[in-house]
Write a protein that binds this ligand. Structure first.
Ligand code: S3P
Length: 426
């Protein structure tokens, strides 16, 4: 699908975003292995989170879904069944990595694969800890999907994460559910803690102390009613759009503001973005609120170390915003960008250059000077959802119409994106 995007005058209005992708995955997996029913409101309709539900169904879990209203009939810790065929995680790194922790503890073997992009993404990061716990996992070239996960009775371990990754942390914690004793994951940089919060919601005992998260094995997980907050990583595209297009004013309601995700707000505010957060509350252990954003010239900034890790998903759209900012954007310590759905350093650079925007690329980041203008161009998502949306936002500020090829990739996390953008005047 090709989207043609005209330069925008001003974006105005109020939106409520679909459910957070990270939280939806976790609720989908944990509800499936809890005892009893879980009713989940605002479950993400993105293809990634639907891949998680499809895998859980193939493992014998009954799931009723009416759009974002999802009812999962949990089968308990020992209730999953051997799937009849290879599981398909689609484009979703979260599905294959986090679910591997659960599959490694089963009494059967599961084969799981994904699309072309996922088949190139590294799985050694989950194979290593799960092998230490006692699972046997075969992978293409030792590290790529498809995986054959031969489950077994796992042993609790103490694991130091070599990369800052919430998916890997979650994988080990989910495996720890099936072990006798306490499994601990140590992280040098903090990553999103949705798994810890979700596990507690389902009744697991989880302790987090100074960079270490511990889970007590064999808890009684109980199904429950949950609501997924709006996705802050999806909100990022509208925040950036409002800061790019003069005269914009957007209210975003019911967004998840978990402190391990909201570094985006601090980073934008530090560069002069007039953001206001209203109606802060709590929902199922997660912080939630409304965000009001208005156009103001943004100054830009430097993203490095823990901030680069905390904002890893938002970097493509921040690169776009950086090009029009006063001082530009510098990104360092973000080599993980190279192993996302695409090599996001390469795909960001390619699209910016097509728009006539200068960028200097490094192994672990890039520099985008400020004060640049976007020219009309033919852009490409390269089948990466965040690249589709980031460059659709860039197109709003271009000198003429832009075409975005493979724009349907947005539906991996945010199928409603283009309609919402239109509803704001884009
Ligand atoms: C996610 C963690 C991050 C992020 C991804 C979602 C999660 O990946 O980029 O979009 O839900 O835990 P890594 O764990 O690979 O850093």
């Amino acid at each position: 699908m090709v989207e043609t995007i005209q330069p925008a005058r001003a974006l105005q209005g109020s939106i409520r975003l679909p459910g957070d992708k990270s939280i939806s995955h976790r609720y989908g997996m944990l509800a499936a292995i809890a005892e009893g029913d879980s009713r989940i409101h605002n479950y993400s309709q993105g293809a990634d989170c639907q891949s998680t539900l499809a895998c859980m169904r193939a493992l014998g879990v009954e799931i009723e879904a009416d759009g974002p209203e999802t009812l999962i009939h949990g089968v308990g810790l020992d209730g999953l069944k051997a799937p009849a065929a290879m599981l398909d995680a689609g484009n979703s790194g979260s599905t294959i990595r986090m679910l591997s922790g659960i599959l490694a503890a089963q009494t059967f073997t599961t084969r799981i694969t994904g699309d072309e992009s996922l088949s190139r993404r590294p799985m050694g990061r989950v194979i290593t800890p799960l092998t230490q716990m006692g699972a046997r996992i075969e992978a293409r070239d030792g590290m790529y999907p498809p995986l054959a996960i031969h489950g077994s009775q796992l042993r609790a371990i103490d694991y130091h994460l070599p990369v800052a990754s919430a998916q890997v942390k979650s994988c080990v914690l989910f495996a720890g559910l099936f072990c006798e004793g306490v499994t601990t994951v140590h992280e040098t940089l903090p990553t999103r803690d949705h798994s810890e919060i979700a596990l507690r919601q389902f009744g697991a005992e989880v302790e987090s102390v100074r960079g270490a998260v511990s889970i007590h094995g064999r808890p009684a997980l109980r199904g429950r009613e949950l609501a997924v907050p709006g996705d802050l990583s999806s909100a990022a595209f509208f925040l950036a759009a409002a800061l790019l297009v003069p005269g914009s004013r957007i209210a975003i309601q019911g967004v998840g503001l978990n402190p391990t995700r909201s570094a985006l707000m601090d980073f934008l505010a530090a560069g002069g973005a007039p953001l206001r957060v209203l109606n802060i509350g709590e929902s199922c252990g997660e912080l939630v609120g409304d965000i009001l954003v208005e156009y103001a010239p943004w100054r830009g900034g430097i993203l490095e170390k823990s901030t680069a890790a905390a904002l890893i998903d938002e970097i493509p759209v921040l690169a776009v915003l950086g090009a029009s900012s006063r001082d530009g954007l510098i990104v360092r310590d973000a080599a993980e960008l190279r192993v996302k759905e695409t090599d996001r350093i390469a795909t960001v650079a390619e699209n910016l250059r097509r728009m006539g925007v200068a960028i200097t690329v490094h192994d672990d980041g890039f520099e985008v000077p400020g004060n640049q203008t976007f020219h009309s161009a033919e852009l490409d998502s390269f089948t990466d959802h965040r690249i589709a949306m980031a460059f659709s936002v860039a197109a709003l500020a271009a000198g003429g119409p832009c075409r975005v090829l493979n724009a349907e990739a947005a539906s991996v996390s945010f199928p409603e994106f283009y309609n919402m953008l239109r509803s704001l005047g884009g």
